[in-house]
Design a protein. Structure first.
Length: 283
């Protein structure tokens, strides 16, 4: 799909205001279906590099039978082509003002019965500096509340990196979450195959479990950093320009100040009174 200039202006305004924007039909339904089949084939071939959770075809946990794939673009041409697709580059360039660098691919299978992912901010992991990371999250299935679509907190891209707390691991496969202020809440983003949600690295987002008995919630995700970034956390090296060539950046170190909610007469404010000591790769 080509994106006309007035449509681009609408996406720019929405991204600026809310921290995310949904580009419907950026890829066709056929392309989404081919990608879905491709990754199911990859998954059937067994364990792959960069897996987080371990792989077992008999485990009771559906996420162990279908663990996420990560950094596939380092060994899979299909993933590399998608990550650097000119359609994604055009939207990113419109949102950020210049072409980004690509640093991560991920494929979530999220089969029926799987846990979701607790609320988090991607900048917590990527630590792009200067600037932010930005995600392109593409639905490969119809995604809705029942199969655990992505949920986002509108406007949270203006918050600092928040101090994390323990997450409820009966509903999330990650063990840390970020607290929301009393007046904040996450909203579901329902999408069709081929739709792409672009969101800012400080935007608080996550997902609930897939409570269906028969529907996967597959999503292909690219993480990018602004094309002015000089450093990014170790796990994301090497970065790629959108023409597919590699570039060398410095390594960003972990830790630093994080925000804690404090009530003020004007409402809750995240003050940088905490310190985050851990370095984690994206979860
Ligand atoms: O797809 C999900 O459930 C979560 C994905 C996510 O949080 C991310 O890509 O940063």
């Amino acid at each position: 799909m080509s994106v006309s200039s007035n449509v681009v202006a609408v996406h720019q305004e929405e991204f600026e205001r809310t921290g995310y924007t949904l580009v419907r039909g950026l890829f066709s339904t056929d392309e989404a279906e081919r990608l879905r089949d491709h990754y199911m084939d990859v998954r059937r071939r067994g364990p792959q590099a960069h897996e987080f959770a371990g792989h077992s075809s008999t485990d009771r946990d559906p996420l162990k039978r279908y663990p996420r794939l990560a950094q596939m673009h380092r060994w899979d041409d299909t993933s590399r082509q998608w990550l650097t697709d000119p359609r994604i580059d055009r939207v990113m360039t419109a949102l950020l003002g210049r072409s980004p660098y690509a640093v991560q691919t991920m494929l979530y299978f999220k089969p029926p019965g799987s846990r979701g992912q607790a609320l988090h901010q991607d900048n917590f992991y990527l630590k792009a500096d200067p600037g932010t990371c930005i995600a392109a999250w593409m639905a490969l299935d119809r995604v809705d509340e029942a199969n655990g679509c992505l949920e986002v907190v509108p406007g949270s891209h203006r918050w600092p990196i928040l101090c994390t707390e323990k997450a409820d691991t009966t509903v999330s496969f990650t063990d840390v979450t970020v607290p929301l202020p009393s007046d904040g809440g996450a909203v579901p983003v329902e999408m069709e195959p081929g739709d792409v949600l672009f969101f800012h690295g400080a935007l608080v987002h996550g997902s609930n479990p897939n409570v269906t008995t028969d529907r996967f919630r597959r999503a292909l995700i690219g993480h990018y950093i602004e094309g002015e970034a000089e450093r990014v956390a170790q796990y994301y090296h090497p970065a790629l320009r959108m023409d597919g060539t590699e570039l060398t950046l410095e390594v960003a170190e972990g830790g630093g100040a994080c925000g804690e909610w404090t009530d003020t007469p004007d409402g809750p404010v995240a003050l940088l009174t905490g310190t985050e000591r851990t370095t984690r790769k994206h979860e």
